[in-house]
Design a protein around this ligand. Structure first.
Ligand code: SF4
Ligand SMILES: [Zn+2]
Length: 259
C-alpha cells in the first residue's frame, strides 16, 4: 500500500492511497467514524429551565456539542474501576447558569477539566429572553458513534482516483469545453485544453455527457483519494490510529477463534 499525504491540518487529512481495495478502505472508514471513543454529554440535570426549549431538546443540543477529548486520562465508564457509577477517571462535569436577555453558547459551559471543553465555543444553544433562566449540570463520558451519533468522530470519504483521457481532435470549442466542468478541472493552454487539477474531479461525468467523443472519465483501479474531516474532538491522525487498533483487536479475535 502506498500513501501520499496531500493535506494535513488540525481537523483535516487528505491523501492518495494506492494498492488497496474497497473492502479494506471501507473497514477503516466505518471504524474511524463510529468505533473510536470521543467525549460527549450523556446526562443532564436541570435545576431551572424557563427558556423556550423543552429540557429534552436542550439536553439533545448539549449532547451534540463536540468536546475536546483526552483518551489518555479517561476510561470508558462501563469498564472503569468505579464499575459504572461515575468518577473522575471516566466522566467530566459541566455546569451552566445563564439569565436572559442573552444567547447561551457552548462556551458558557464551565468544565471540571480545562482539557475537556467545547471545540466550538460560539455554538449557540438557546436564546434567552429577558428574565428567562437556565441552570443545569451535565456529565460527559466517552462513547462510540455506533451507540449514538453524538460520539461520532467526523466524516471519512473516499473516491476513485480519476483517469481523464482527452481526445483533443474532437474538441470543437475549447473554451466551451473548459467552462463546462463545474469543478474547474481543465484550463486553456493557448487554444489547447489541458487537465489543470485532476484532484478536483469528482467523476460526475458531466463533461463526458456533453462532449461524448472528446473525453472519457474512469476511476483508476485500487487507487483512491481519501479525505477525513474530524469534528474536532481528536486530530484526524489520532482517530485513524485508534481505528486501526480497534480493527487489529477484531482481527486478533478472529485469529483466536480459528487457532
Ligand atoms: S467528470 Fe465532472 S468534475 Fe470531472 S472533469 Fe468531468 S465535469 Fe469536471
Ligand atoms: Zn469511573
Amino acid at each position: 500500500m502506498k500513501i501520499e499525504v496531500l493535506e494535513s491540518t488540525e481537523n483535516k487529512l487528505k491523501m492518495i492511497v494506492s494498492d488497496v481495495n474497497y473492502a479494506f478502505l471501507n473497514s477503516v472508514r466505518r471504524t474511524s467514524m463510529v468505533e473510536v471513543n470521543t467525549m460527549a454529554i450523556e446526562d443532564v440535570e436541570f435545576f431551572k429551565n424557563t427558556s423556550v426549549l423543552y429540557d429534552e431538546v436542550l439536553a439533545l443540543r448539549l449532547g451534540l456539542i463536540p468536546l475536546k477529548t483526552d483518551l489518555k486520562t479517561y476510561k470508558v465508564r462501563s469498564s472503569c474501576f468505579c464499575k459504572g457509577k461515575g468518577c473522575n477517571s471516566c466522566q467530566v462535569t459541566f455546569s451552566l447558569e445563564a439569565t436572559g436577555p442573552c444567547i447561551v453558547t457552548a462556551g458558557d459551559l464551565k468544565s471540571s477539566d480545562p482539557k475537556v471543553v467545547p471545540v466550538y465555543p460560539d455554538m449557540p444553544l438557546v436564546k434567552l429572553a429577558s428574565g428567562q433562566e437556565v441552570k443545569l449540570r451535565a456529565v460527559a463520558i466517552l462513547g462510540k458513534g455506533v451507540e449514538h451519533t453524538k460520539w461520532s468522530t467526523g466524516l471519512f470519504t473516499y473516491q476513485h482516483y480519476p483517469e481523464i483521457n482527452l481526445n483533443s481532435s474532437k474538441i470543437e470549442n475549447a473554451e466551451q469545453f473548459v467552462n463546462a466542468c463545474p469543478r474547474k478541472v481543465f484550463s486553456l493552454e493557448g487554444k489547447k485544453v489541458k487537465v489543470n487539477d485532476i484532484l478536483k474531479c469528482n467523476m460526475c461525468k458531466y463533461c463526458e455527457e456533453l462532449f461524448e467523443d472528446a473525453v472519457t472519465i474512469k476511476g483508476v483501479e485500487n487507487k483512491f483519494i481519501v479525505t477525513f474531516e474530524s469534528w474536532g474532538q481528536l486530530p484526524p491522525k489520532t482517530i485513524i490510529l485508534e481505528a486501526l487498533k480497534v480493527l487489529n483487536k477484531k482481527l486478533d479475535l478472529v485469529l483466536e477463534a480459528i487457532e
